[in-house]
Design a protein around this ligand. Structure first.
Ligand code: NAD
Ligand code: UGA
Length: 477
């Protein structure tokens, strides 16, 4: 059986598939990498001559795509040829939470993964190594293997020619720092049963990752380790956000508490920034998946423990909206609020599960008019996330009722968001929000005006000196 890898196919050209394959192509010029997706718009965007139009904004990605695309990195919708020619196939499709049926609201919806497995079974030739790159519930490899092998029974003429290995190789990159995370990973995790297949994948990574960072485990440990890593990270954020609320009540300051505990080497200093609540496509979905699995395996106490990490996060987001309303004399109806940042974190255009979505919905529900600014998120995306079109252009709107019903507008200029606003709420830690000229902002805001900093990014003294009222998350001092 041949374990030499000359050609790779990746199914799924998203936040993981795109950057991961760009790095493999960059580091392994002798391997041809074909990235395929059913979303033709996405593929067209990956092939765009204008690199600012790539479907994903990730610092450093455009340079890598520029030097590898059409050399050994190709984006296409031709799944059949890409699968036929591949010695190794990465499945990197989305695994959202099920919205209906058994396990709705918690279990992963594996329909996209299953569709991939069926396509691979149909079109692959000879021996193929199938790599789970998507985050999956424990024991999914068994399902994939089952589908790959069962499909062959229907294709009797090929049955002798096709064989498969299934590996788990979860991805740990974080958005916004994906290129650095991929180039210098803390570890690469490979779970599998066949040493030759594991070695074939390890050999690819060894082009740039030292061997001691490549961890080999059994396949179930690898699948579970990915869910566990995300659960632990999210748990730290809920932990520090819970302490932030206590700091506000007691006169302590969460930044000082975080510094004090973070210097304990057993705790460590990273992932202790109190914020508006964790967002992103994965933390919530992966914890809920863990909750579902724990219940499924008869461990309700374990399920309840992890579920509380998500409930705390939801509570925390509503707590911030309520606080804004309270500080603005208990009503925000017809008040203008400037929202700085809509992405779930800085350096990404991704808004999935962003805390800004829930907080903005809460404020609109109370009748506020939001003026939203984000350097990378488009107004179209905001409209989708809020389930609400923007208010009509002010100049052409004469309908006063629109205001009291709440709504939002988008602005490209952060300073224009301050005109006549009663408050500003910072929700994403974009670097450009750390050097706002607060005197300039203060001059155009309606007094008394509040600055609510949910990211601890603004300069407290400059804000207070500018005759603005200031609230900062976790600052009880
Ligand atoms: P994404 O939604 O950005 O991309 C998934 C892509 O798969 C989409 O473009 C979709 O059109 C495509 N797709 C779905 N079904 C397909 C099919 N049958 N054939 C071809 N293409 C298909 O998702 P993502 O953020 O890249 O996440 C992918 C997986 O990686 C998820 O399991 C996620 O949990 C995991 N993950 C994500 C991140 C992250 O930072 N986003 C990090 C680590 C792991
Ligand atoms: C996270 C993990 O960090 C990755 O290892 C993992 O691969 C990925 O999920 C995944 O599986 O999708 P990501 O969601 O891109 O990556 O971003 P993070 O940096 O982890 O931030 C997640 C959320 O937590 C953001 O909303 C961020 O603002 C928030 N956060 C993070 C805090 O509020 N405080 C912190 O100290 C750190």
């Amino acid at each position: 059986m041949n374990y030499e890898i000359h050609e790779i196919c990746c199914i799924g050209a998203g936040y993981v598939g795109g950057p991961t394959m760009a790095i493999i192509a960059d580091k392994c010029p002798n391997i041809k990498v074909n990235v395929v997706d059913i979303n033709t718009n996405r593929i067209n965007a990956w092939n765009s001559n204008d690199l600012s139009k790539l479907p994903i904004f990730e610092p450093g990605l455009d340079e890598i795509v520029k030097r590898t695309r059409s050399r050994n990195l190709f984006f296409s919708s031709d799944m059949e040829s890409a699968i036929k020619n591949a010695d190794m196939i990465f499945i990197s499709v989305n695994t959202p939470t099920k919205t209906k049926g058994i396990g709705a609201g918690q279990a992963s919806d594996l329909k996209y993964v299953e569709a991939c497995a069926r396509q691979v079974a149909l079109h692959s030739l000879n021996h193929t190594i199938v790599v789970e790159k998507s985050t999956l519930p424990v024991r999914t490899a068994e399902v994939i293997k089952n589908i790959l092998e069962s499909e062959q029974i229907w294709q009797k003429e090929n049955i002798e020619k096709k064989t498969f290995d299934v590996l788990s190789n979860p991805e740990f990159l974080a958005e916004g720092s994906a290129i650095n995370d991929l180039e210098n990973p803390d570890r690469v995790l490979i779970g599998g049963q066949n040493d030759n297949a594991i070695e074939a994948l390890s050999k690819i990574y060894r082009n740039w990752v030292p061997d001691h960072k490549i961890l080999r485990t059994n396949i179930w440990s690898s699948e579970l380790a990915k869910l566990t890593a995300n659960a632990f990270l999210a748990q730290r954020i809920s932990s520090i956000n819970s302490i932030a609320a206590l700091c506000e009540a007691t006169g302590a300051d969460v930044r000082e508490v975080a510094r004090a505990i973070g210097t304990d080497s057993r705790i460590g200093s990273r992932f202790l920034d109190s914020g508006p609540g964790f967002g992103g496509s994965c933390f919530k979905k992966d914890i809920l998946n863990l909750v579902y699995l724990s219940r499924h395996f008869g461990l309700p106490e374990v399920a309840n423990f992890w579920e509380s990490v998500v409930s705390l996060n939801t509570w925390h987001q509503h707590r911030i909206s309520k606080l804004v309303i309270m500080k603005l004399f208990g009503t925000i109806s017809e008040k203008k609020i400037s929202i700085l940042g809509f992405a779930f974190k800085a350096n990404t255009n991704d808004t999935r599960e962003s805390a800004a979505i829930q907080i903005c919905k809460d404020l609109i529900e109370e009748g506020a008019e939001l003026i939203i600014h984000d350097p990378k998120v488009s107004p179209d995306q905001i409209a989708i996330d809020l389930g609400l079109a923007p208010l009509p252009d002010k100049n052409i709107s004469s309908n006063k009722n629109l205001k009291s019903n709440g709504g939002w507008r988008f602005t490209k200029d952060k300073y224009s968001s301050f005109i006549g606003s009663d408050a500003c709420l910072i929700l994403t830690e974009w670097a450009s929000y750390s050097d706002i000229d607060w005197i300039k902002a203060s001059k155009i805001m309606r007094k008394p005006a509040w600055i609510f900093d949910a990211r601890s990014i603004a300069d407290k003294k400059k804000i207070c000196d500018a005759n603005l009222l200031f609230w900062r998350l976790g600052d009880g001092s």
